[in-house]
Ligand binder design. Structure first.
Ligand code: IMP
Ligand code: MG
Length: 174
């Protein structure tokens, strides 16, 4: 880890403020009925927990696991499910909570899977968006920060399981 340099791109303070704004938007868009927030393991867990604590209405949580094999810092584009939902979300409002949308392959796959579960509505919250890298035609409804095409770590985002616990989102130079 020592031969790599980290540069803060989004500070913990900026993240906190933006997450509170997104929580307010999610609250306004879902005034009634059961609301599930579904985090994509493992990177989105930090974002999920902060979001949930800022939303002042009852929410339910679930987790979904997906792996894109054959990548180090770029996705193979062939996601597979490693963990499905524990709960039925049929007829409920769902917000899928993702750490970052890069090529969009993961999101496209998950949206497809979730739509088969017949929710009343499905929206997507992505903490980070790298639009320059988009290959699949997907877009998030709530975006924390649009960022340049750099590999980032921290606040849940990892490189091979390292760096997740950094409080800021940092560009990792290798
Ligand atoms: P996509 O399928 O190409 O959109 O990739 C999405 C997944 O790749 C995310 O859920 C992340 O796990 C991972 N990923 C993409 N870009 C980065 C990054 O800059 N840092 C850490 N993980 C990333
Ligand atoms: Mg991920």
């Amino acid at each position: 880890m020592n031969d790599r340099s980290l540069q803060v791109l989004v500070s913990a303070d900026e993240i906190r403020r933006r997450v509170a704004e997104l929580a307010g938007q999610i609250e306004r868009d879902h005034p009634d009925g059961p609301l599930y927030l579904i985090a994509v393991l493992k990177g989105a867990c930090f974002f999920l927990v902060d979001l949930v604590r800022a939303i002042r209405r009852p929410v339910r949580l679930d987790f979904i696991g997906v792996a894109s094999y054959g990548r180090e810092t770029s996705s193979s584009g062939r996601p597979t499910l490693t963990k499905g939902l524990d709960s039925s979300v049929e007829g409920a409002d769902v917000v899928l909570v993702e750490d970052i949308v890069d090529t969009g392959a993961t999101l496209e796959y998950l949206v497809n899977y979730l739509e088969q579960q017949k929710p009343r509505s499905l929206r997507i919250a992505a903490l980070l968006d790298k639009p320059e890298r988009r290959v699949r035609p997907v877009a998030a409804d709530y975006v924390g920060f649009t960022i340049p095409n750099r590999f980032v770590v921290g606040y849940g985002l990892d490189l091979a399981e390292d760096y997740r616990s950094l409080p800021d989102i940092c560009i990792l130079d290798r």
